[in-house]
Design a binder for this molecule. Structure first.
Ligand SMILES: [Zn+2]
Length: 301
């Protein structure tokens, strides 16, 4: 790991056309509107919209080398393709620094599978972020299972937005039951999954010996962690699942410390991890980039 570089496995970079004309696109897609609406009174989560170049500048300032661009769970097929086209162009322009995950809504049926096929040829590395709640399906839905089948055939990892099963409701909260996931994971041991937002707490249930050995191809990311959990959750997750299966991901450009920082930024979360998560040098390199690159099959680190 001599040439270690930090990779953020979970950022969202929308086409500028979309966020510059937010009202117009919000009308086309209600889930997008609900999750990205500027909160009234400054309360609630907020996106700090940036384009590819601005994101890379922010990354440079924070010592982040690479960005894993997650797509979005659009309910409008035209917007799904527009977003994928934007990411495909970015991957072409910055092939060393960007990896792309395909935006897909499994409920589009064949259209979703065709979009995956189209995007594989454009150089994408994975599928996601899938948002079951936002697109109205659960983890037993045949359309969702068809996307997983397609991912397995292409050897692509799938990133899924997971919500914690307890507590208050908020716009980004996905209340889709995680209950079917352990059996699904057991059934498809070759399926590569990234369960976002600490998998909604699933690392704890991996301590159950019934499931422990089945989760070898599952990774967890810590996207939006400062908005959800105490920073000690990172150490706790490592204790439960090991340091080789946790991925640094931020949800950039979501404002993670809204009372302290009002612009797109990687630095604060990284410094929080560096100072307060208690990672050894080896764990740091695994979590902050090594695990993500290894999972995508990129042996460069
Ligand atoms: Zn998410």
């Amino acid at each position: 790991m001599d040439n270690f570089q930090i990779w953020d496995s979970h950022v969202h970079l929308f086409p500028p056309e979309v966020y510059q004309n937010w009202d117009k696109y919000a009308q086309r897609d209600e889930t997008f509107a609900n999750l990205t609406r500027k909160p009234a009174n400054g309360k609630g989560t907020e996106e700090a919209w940036v384009n590819i170049e601005e994101a890379l500048e922010c990354a440079d300032r924070a010592g982040v080398y690479g960005l894993g661009m997650q797509g979005w769970y659009w309910n409008d097929a035209g917007l799904m393709r527009l977003h994928n086209d934007y990411m495909a162009d970015a991957i072409q322009r910055y092939p060393n620094r960007l990896k792309g995950f395909i935006s897909v809504n499994p409920k589009f049926g064949q259209e979703a599978l065709d979009e995956i096929k189209r995007c594989v040829k454009l150089g994408f590395s994975g599928i996601g972020e899938l948002g079951p709640g936002g697109n109205g399906y659960d983890f037993e839905d045949p359309d969702f299972l068809a996307v997983l089948d397609c991912a397995r055939r292409h050897g692509l990892p799938v990133c899924i937005h997971c919500g914690e099963p307890i507590g208050h409701r908020y716009p980004g909260k996905d209340t889709t039951s995680l209950a079917p996931l352990p059996e699904l994971i057991k059934k498809y041991p070759d399926l590569k999954l990234i369960l976002a937002h600490m998998g909604g707490g699933l690392p704890f249930y991996e301590m159950n010996p019934r499931y422990r050995n089945a989760f070898g191809n599952v990774r967890y990311d810590m996207a939006a962690n400062p908005l959800l959990y105490d920073i000690r959750s990172i150490r706790a997750a490592i204790t439960m699942i090991g340091s080789d299966r946790l991925l640094y991901g931020s949800d950039f450009p979501l404002l993670l410390y809204p009372s302290k920082c009002r612009e797109a930024d990687f630095t604060m979360f990284i410094e929080d991890i560096r100072q307060n998560a208690g990672l050894s040098q080896e764990e740091w390199q695994q979590v902050m980039g090594g695990n993500f690159c290894a999972f995508l099959g990129d042996g460069s680190q």
